[in-house]
Design a protein around this ligand. Sequence first.
Ligand code: GTP
Length: 597
Amino acid sequence: MKPTNIRNFAIIAHIDHGKSTLADQLMALTQTVSERDQQAQLLDDMAVEQAHGVTVKSRTVRNFYTDSDGQEYEYNLIDTPGHVDFAYEVSKSLAASDGAILLVDATQGVQAQTVANFRLAQANHLAILPVVNKIDSPAADIERTIAQIRQLSPALATVDPLRISAKTGQGVPAVLAAIKDVFPAPTGSTVAPLKALVFDSLYDSFKGVIAYVRLAAGTLTPGMDNLLMANATTFTNKAIGAFTPDMTPVSQLGVGEVGYVVTGLKDPQALRVGDTLTSQSEPTAQPFPGYQPAQSLVFAGFYPKNKKIRELTLAIEKLALNDSSFHFQAEVSEALGPGVRCGFLGIFHLQIIRERLVTEYGLDVLTTAPNVTYRVHLKGVEQPKLINNPINFPDFDQIEMTEEPLVKATITTPNDLLGAVMQLADAHKGQLVDMGNQGDLIELQYRLPLAEIAYDFFNTLKSLTHGYATLTTAFDGYDLADVVKVEVHLNYARVDALSFIVHRADAPDVAQQLVHKLKYVVPRKLYPMPAQAVVEGKPLARVDIPPLRKNAAVNGEQRSVSKKQALLRRQSVNKRQAAHSDLQLSQEVFNAILDLS
Ligand code: GTP
């Protein structure tokens, strides 16, 4: 296809505003998928996506569109996720696109993520096609939504957005026609050396690493000797193809086209998203600058059940290839043995990775309580230490001061729920920085410790406001924090994997709550076992986990006194002798820490 008839674009929107539904409609109208193959939400095919009803990975699909004059166009559509934890995926798709459909749900209007994604698209210099969705819904307020879109930027002040129902298909043909008019055709030389942007990748157990590429110059053919410029990795490609939406081999990819390359590389680390793919014999002189790697905000340890550490490490390497916002390194715990410390963009991202390990690799893992990165200044040492694992948190008498990460959180909420939202933010140590109106919505700017919002803040906010409030966050540097490490001792032995870090003021409360929860989740032994929460060497709270035994002393036992005494003697195991290593920690024990408020 000649570049003038190609259009590469993304759909950006707030979560649940209908991106995947629209993508399905566009594919149906261009007969990219036959009606027989249509299943609900064709693009959200990952098991976790269907379970949660949200898009996690970006998808790419090639459609052929014939306009009213009989001209054929190649439309490469990239569907993107909407959840805040996956903003990084959105920026990758945008780098491979020339235009973006800005889809806004008429029943909800412009929401926080609409604004954030629109700003990303602007930063990538994309042409914007505003579209109002869900006009079939009785709750739709089309005029108000259009007014909100016009307020987004001076460039949109006079636009007349298309009005559609992605569900019924009403208005969708006009979207197809507008794409070729609004979005620019890709530019680039067909005779220059091959230069392709690797904007995503995938690991296939049979084929190895598969790179998703967009060609900026030259031609790509099957069997070509290719070069990945970041690490000077060379390979002869095994196949190339396009997404229709399944992977379909093609005989060549030209300038502006989007497709995949089967590299045959077996090492998941060999390829970096953002890399430049070129030809070995005639490499391009100007590689792409590459993406900024995403910064992990929440960390947790994954420990394999059944001691399958090799399988777990391999699976995690493969997942990391497919999701460049996910980082990992090996770690060892005294209590749990070898494991992997992983970094995520948020707690939902953690859940998704964990579920993908189960559904795609059959691996069940214990997850330690998540935590953020602390900057610890040690006495007499100039450089602060970055600690993202409570096990490594230094002893309190070595610490000069500690800093914790903060985020700038923008919460958009309807006016009548303002009180509840402000209470929630206060309870999480939020400092109100600014407050303003965005149409009928109130926009609140808070500065909050990341540790306070990383876990359940978003879910509480959603349930408190029945889903009407939205949250976007941006990292906002470090600030001094008086934090302490809470260690959990079971039967007088420290269980390192259960350590976590809290604000000093919260420690007594948290310690009490924790030991009371542990009483019910730690598996019982034949002897009573104390569970203690210890801070700076001092036990702050203690409960005794009752033993698992027949109570010889209860009334009504039909036994002689001497038999009762014999039973008691047998049961009185010296508790200090019992090694803690025979403790089987279950996920419930870690959840007890996670659930603390
Ligand atoms: P994420 O993948 O989670 O980001 O969501 P999404 O933006 O892809 O939204 P999705 O297409 O999954 O749609 C969300 C919900 O809105 C689904 O229940 C759809 O059936 C519904 N929906 C989408 N378009 C329309 C529409 O035009 N009218 C009505 N009434 N409902 C719609």
